[in-house]
Design a protein around this ligand. Structure first.
Ligand code: HEC
Ligand code: HEC
Ligand code: HEC
Ligand code: HEC
Ligand code: HEC
Length: 337
């Protein structure tokens, strides 16, 4: 991994950063390196708590705040599940309220943080490095508040995401393995392609140039738009047979999570509307039939001209979600020619 500290981007920022460094070096003489690292970390945690990140990065903050990363600890579904695990501090909590992963190591199992657990997967978890700097994609401005360090992992962050979404010892939470075997990986796409849409904007209130960044929304299965993009339904006819084709369009196994259930309802009606056949198929980790990326699953019916075939796809967030709250992902109805 190669880092470049960006100091040369703007004249004004350059002066400010140099001054910042100067002060550090001055005090640096009397403090050991380890202590100054710890102080800088404490400063950043305090700044996070005091709303400083929010005041300079308001747009990103608002997106993050509503995301499941911000909820990763307070999420009731999580707390309910973790309560039942005897050694949750070792086996669950480390990813739901982690230490900064640049400190524990990209790809390594995260460690449980002892402070600010309620902020879940916070800004600091993904950006704060061991020196107290913020690592990210190429920046356009400087600030004397924190050092900016460019790290290429952010522009195609699958490995960063895999630290929690692809730990080999936690297969229940793995979206990365199936992604890496898909055409999306071959086409050089990343987890950010679908979960962090590109946006041009000022990256902070201290910036004066809009540059390309990415939304910090991480919309997943709680987004109706994502669910409608997750799969397609088609009906094809050939010699007295009708075939319903369900195809996965997500970048990984569908459903992506192991708690989720996809419900496929298939109905075959006679021309007068009487029901010939009705079938319900559940797709989930429990049923061991999740779809791989691009995988097609087919259901064949014997039909006559004038019959109607219907297929509807719904999404159940957890096994306890009542049917009235299942989300419609897609629907199709066709008359046999
Ligand atoms: C390696 C990191 C990691 C560990 C360890 C981990 N989780 Fe998670 N957890 C995640 C990630 C990433 C997600 C979101 C993706 C997913 O659902 O697969 C998640 C999501 C969840 C959800 C779904 C919440 C929702 O949105 O409905 C539950 C429940 C959960 N975890 C419970 C647990 C429990 C219980 C343990 C311990 C037995 C645990 N997790 C351990 C990373 C982890
Ligand atoms: C005084 C304003 C200010 C504060 C406070 C501030 N930042 Fe920044 N931050 C900036 C500026 C300016 C940039 C560069 C933006 C640009 O490229 O236009 C930046 C860039 C970043 C970057 C990208 C780094 C890179 O090299 O790509 C991250 C990540 C970041 N900040 C996180 C944070 C976090 C987390 C906090 C709270 C602990 C925080 N910032 C507080 C002004 C601030
Ligand atoms: C430090 C661990 C960690 C890292 C790194 C991480 N995530 Fe997550 N992510 C989680 C946890 C934990 C959750 C589950 C929160 C919950 O539902 O309780 C989650 C939830 C999500 C969700 C929402 C799932 C839902 O149910 O709506 C998406 C999408 C997501 N992450 C994508 C990403 C992407 C893309 C990256 C890389 C840029 C990434 N994550 C990096 C831990 C992490
Ligand atoms: C799950 C990991 C994760 C979390 C949590 C996270 N970021 Fe980021 N952040 C990223 C990634 C990945 C990028 C690179 C996006 C790109 O290519 O532009 C990024 C980019 C940035 C940038 C550069 C501008 C841009 O859009 O690229 C800033 C500034 C930033 N983040 C600040 C923050 C702040 C402030 C928070 C908390 C409110 C935060 N980030 C939370 C992963 C994260
Ligand atoms: C081609 C677009 C695409 C790509 C690439 C992609 N995803 Fe998804 N992802 C989706 C869609 C659509 C959904 C909603 C359907 C579902 O829940 O599986 C989703 C859902 C999720 C969820 C929520 C699962 C749940 O149970 O709530 C997580 C977490 C997630 N993705 C993480 C990732 C990670 C990590 C990567 C990179 C390895 C990634 N995604 C790559 C499209 C994509």
């Amino acid at each position: 991994m190669r880092y470049t500290v960006i100091l040369q981007r703007c004249v004004l920022g350059f002066c400010v950063s140099l001054l910042g460094l100067g002060i550090l070096m001055f005090f640096g003489n009397s403090i050991s390196d380890v202590e100054s690292d710890e102080n800088q970390h404490q400063e950043m945690y305090q700044a996070f708590k005091d709303g400083r990140c929010k005041s300079c990065h308001p747009a990103i903050w608002r997106e993050w705040e509503k995301s499941m990363h911000a909820q990763a600890w307070v999420d009731e579904i999580y707390q309910e599940a973790a309560k039942q695990i005897a050694n949750r501090e070792k086996s669950c909590d480390p990813c739901h309220a982690p230490e900064p992963i640049l400190v524990t190591g990209i790809g390594k199992m995260p460690k449980l943080r002892s402070v600010q657990q309620e902020s879940g997967v916070s800004c600091l978890v993904c950006h704060l490095d061991k020196d107290g700097a913020m690592q990210g994609p190429p920046a356009s401005a400087e600030t004397n508040f924190h050092a900016n360090v460019t790290n290429s992992i952010y522009q195609s962050p699958t490995k960063l995401c895999a630290t929690c979404h692809g730990q080999p010892s936690v297969p229940e939470h793995d979206q990365v393995s199936s992604f890496l075997e898909s055409r999306f990986a071959a086409e050089k796409k990343s987890c950010a392609t679908c979960h962090m849409p590109v946006v041009n904007r000022l990256q902070s209130t201290a910036s004066y140039e809009s540059i390309k960044g990415r939304k910090h929304t991480w919309q997943g299965s709680r987004s109706v738009t994502q669910l409608k993009n997750a799969a397609t339904l088609k009906i094809e006819f050939a010699d007295k047979k009708a075939t319903v084709v369900l195809q996965n369009k997500a970048g990984h196994l569908l459903p992506g999570g192991t708690l989720r259930i996809i419900v496929l309802d298939l109905t075959h009606l006679a021309p007068d509307g009487t029901q010939h056949e009705k079938k319900q198929v559940l797709i989930s980790e429990k049923a061991k039939n999740r779809l791989k990326p691009d995988e097609k699953r087919t259901f064949v019916f014997d039909v006559n001209s004038g019959d109607t075939l219907k297929a509807a796809l719904r999404y159940q967030l957890t096994p306890k979600t009542p049917e009235s709250e299942w989300v419609q992902m897609g629907e199709i109805s066709k008359i046999v020619p």
